[in-house]
Design a protein around this ligand. Sequence first.
Ligand code: URA
Length: 198
Amino acid sequence: MEEMDGLCVRDCTRCPELVESRSRIVNGTGPDDAELVFLGEAPGANEDSEGEPFVGRSGSVLDSALRDVGLARADVRITNCVRCRPPENRDPKKDELANCRGYLETELRRVDPSLVVSLGKVPSQHLLGRSVAVTKEAGTVEDVRIGEESIRALVCLHPAATLYDRSQKETFEEVIARAADVAGVGEGDGGQSSLGDF
Ligand code: URA
């Protein structure tokens, strides 16, 4: 595995198809000591062109849910299971997930967050190391082992799920509120008290 430069991978050619389809490596963004880390699947077209995770429509959904609980994007860290855009936005393959795993583990170990929120099926299964029914399990917390350490993980829907199915929007927002609460950041249950302020 190529060395990481802090939390960033500068050069990697382990996945031939991804080297072909990417225009750059998309590293995680946000504070290097964030309490809350969001984990997506892989960069899409927007992320590949801008070099930052979740900057397309899914990113707007995430940003807006964060705002609702008093958090800005800059308050959290956002990263992906795989750092290079798969061709035609297909799911990352098993070996590609495995090739990028060490980078993710290093990033999580170095950031040492209170909570990692997995956004969707692929990242939830990758993080938890088991099959996950995301809709059913959304909002559940469990501890997972990353090498020698244990890290707290929370299953969440992928933000894009709210774009195709409006009924998922509420669930998504509830899970983000729970994430802020578990990580001890944002307004916690401040939604109610801030209503009372007006
Ligand atoms: N979806 C993801 O899973 N990751 C991104 O970075 C953007 C969209």
